[in-house]
Design a protein around this ligand. Structure first.
Ligand code: SF4
Ligand code: SF4
Length: 311
């Protein structure tokens, strides 16, 4: 049995790498630890999830992945780098790096299903379920538990010598495997992400108040952007990466090797005047299959107006 676990563990990691994942680790499926459990409950009780009401749903499952699939014993956590090949220039309107290319949900899910199918070919008796930002699962926590990195004061998962520009995905499996060890936190005395946050949405280390976060306000939020925050947007019309850009670990970031995550030439050449006059037809072509559609045309235009107001 032990030999089988070792072989299957080795296979999962080799196959994840062959499929293009940049990191893969495995954790035993257990209840989330007390500190993280209390932190989540306190965060929810204080309403720091703002309009993301779904965050308060299924807390029991969020705190114990074994409730998401019967017989779950292991959490396989994978990471896919999205750091762009070419960055938008300072004088252009800014988008969060993760949104430059095609929708990561599609790309990640395809790879995760391919990995699960490979696992089931190796071990047909094993059952699994794939997750990618679509279910109540604490992705960063499990990536930490699976030895991929640690959760930084900016609340992102940081992978040593690689940074935080990674999409995360998981596979729950109903078999035991060989497990990785969580890494110690290496933020040390650094507070650069807190200092860089223009709206003080990072209220304290590891504590994000979504109601003030420009990423939330320009993407998930359906209402107006509060005036006190529009002045803090700079040129950001979709998301805000300042707490990542300021993190010294992202000096190690290297461009993604996933072609689908590359920005189109048209996107990279858009100037403020092109965005200001963006028609819905051009928006549809520009963002076909992109995660930017989450904010919808109206949301993006609202953001553009907010940035113009400040200018
Ligand atoms: S995304 Fe921007 S606003 Fe949100 S916490 Fe990070 S730096 Fe602050
Ligand atoms: S900027 Fe500093 S404190 Fe913030 S996540 Fe990075 S290393 Fe940690």
């Amino acid at each position: 049995m032990k030999a089988m676990r070792k072989d299957l563990t080795r296979y999962i990691k080799a196959e994840a790498s062959r499929l293009g994942f940049d990191a893969c680790g495995i954790a035993p499926a257990e209840k989330v630890d007390e500190v993280s459990c209390n932190a989540l409950q306190e965060w929810l009780a204080q309403g720091k999830q703002a309009g993301m009401a779904y965050m308060a749903n299924h807390t029991d499952k969020r705190l114990d992945p074994r409730l998401l699939m019967e017989g779950t014993q292991s959490v396989v956590s994978v990471a896919l780098n999205y750091y762009p090949w070419v960055l938008l220039k300072k004088e252009q309107y800014q988008f969060a790096w993760y949104a430059y290319g095609k929708d990561y949900h599609t790309i990640l899910k395809e790879k995760l299903h391919a990995l699960l199918s490979g696992i089931r070919q190796q071990a047909p008796e094993v059952n699994g379920r794939v997750f990618c930002d679509t279910a109540p699962l604490l992705e960063r926590y499990w990536a930490w538990q699976a030895g991929l990195g640690w959760i930084g004061k900016n609340t992102q998962l940081i992978i040593p010598k690689a940074g935080s520009t990674f999409f995360l995905g998981e596979i729950l499996l109903d078999t035991r495997l060989c497990y990785d060890t969580p890494l110690p936190n290496r933020c040390g005395n650094c507070t650069r992400c807190l200092d860089a946050c223009p709206t003080h949405a990072l209220e304290a280390p590891y504590r994000l108040n979504a109601a003030h976060c420009l990423s939330y306000l320009t993407i998930e939020n359906k209402g107006d952007i509060p005036e006190k925050n529009t002045g803090k947007m700079g040129n950001c019309i979709y998301g805000c990466d300042r707490c990542q850009q300021s993190c010294p670990w992202n000096r190690f970031a290297r461009p993604s090797h996933e072609p689908e995550l590359e920005a189109s030439e048209e996107f990279l050449h858009m100037m403020p005047e092109d965005w200001d006059t963006l028609s819905i037809e051009r928006y549809r072509v520009l963002f076909k299959g992109s995660a930017v559609k989450r904010a919808k045309y109206e949301g993006l235009m609202r953001n553009i107006r907010a940035v113009q107001k400040k200018n």
